[in-house]
Write a protein of this length. Structure first.
Length: 206
């Protein structure tokens, strides 16, 4: 199975430009997710989070998300913890702990300037440097997921690597779907396909 190189691109720091829609000269790669609830399109922040983007694309281009699912919904209103969140989480058919490839180093929101606003796409992780294939989509602004936000015990937050440019309504529909007491969607929402719409960026090629 082909593995994409995860060469570090130049990091462009600063505030996220207003809005998530494509703009003239926008070179962000796009990935389209076809799901059982509808279509979503993600613009990937290659310049700001190159390790996370190339890691995600390595799973996309090998078809690893096909047949996977959005399996979890975390809803702020029903979360009893001190740092509630609004997200949906996805996995490959091998599950959220799929470690087919090595974990990717954390690209902190402190360093990238990206934030967990509505529509943000981010890598799931447990401890430090454990993110692999599982990702989540934020359905409402959730600063607790940023660096220092408190959701993760180590205080490092999670790595935003893209934003929905289509399908936030689909993400929110999944978010509102039935789930059990353990936040597991019942049933999970299938990922029928995940496709890069153009060429693999040079930064992510072997």
């Amino acid at each position: 199975m082909r593995r994409l190189a995860m060469t570090v691109a130049a990091m462009v720091l600063g505030a996220l430009p207003a809005g998530c829609a494509a703009q003239a000269g926008d070179r962000r790669p796009r990935v389209v997710l076809e799901t059982g609830a509808g279509r979503m399109a993600i613009a990937l922040e290659l310049d700001r989070a190159p390790l996370s983007v190339c890691n995600f694309l390595s799973y996309v281009t090998d078809g690893d998300y096909d047949g996977g699912a959005f399996f979890r919904t975390a809803v702020r209103a029903s979360d009893p913890g001190p740092h509630p969140i609004d997200v949906i989480q996805a996995a490959t058919p091998r599950g959220p702990d799929d470690d087919l490839r090595p974990p990717v180093p954390l690209e902190s929101t402190r360093d990238t300037g990206l934030r967990h606003v509505a529509g943000a796409v981010s890598l799931a992780r447990d401890g430090p440097e454990t993110a692999t294939s599982s990702f989540f989509i934020v359905t409402a602004d959730t600063p607790a997921l940023d660096h220092g936000g408190g959701r993760n015990p180590d205080g490092q937050g999670f790595a935003v690597f893209g934003f929905l440019v289509e399908g936030l309504d689909v993400a929110r529909r999944i978010h509102a779907s039935p789930a059990d007491a353990g936040e597991r969607l019942t049933p999970p929402i299938a990922i029928r396909s995940a496709r890069l719409t153009g060429e693999v960026p040079p930064e992510c090629r072997p």
